[in-house]
Design a protein around this ligand. Structure first.
Ligand SMILES: [Zn+2]
Length: 45
């Protein structure tokens, strides 16, 4: 399981939460990155 971080509110989100709905449960943004890699952004569309 991967952990992503919200690009906007910077909260951690599990990848299985994103499988249901690819939005941040805290702020609703759709841009995430993996904290341990080089700021690689993941966009929904
Ligand atoms: Zn967020």
């Amino acid at each position: 399981m991967a952990i992503y971080k919200c690009f906007q509110c910077e909260k951690k989100i599990k990848s299985d939460e994103l499988e249901k709905r690819f939005v941040c449960p805290h702020c609703g943004t759709r841009i995430f990155y993996k904290p341990r890699t080089k700021m690689k952004t993941v966009k929904a569309d």
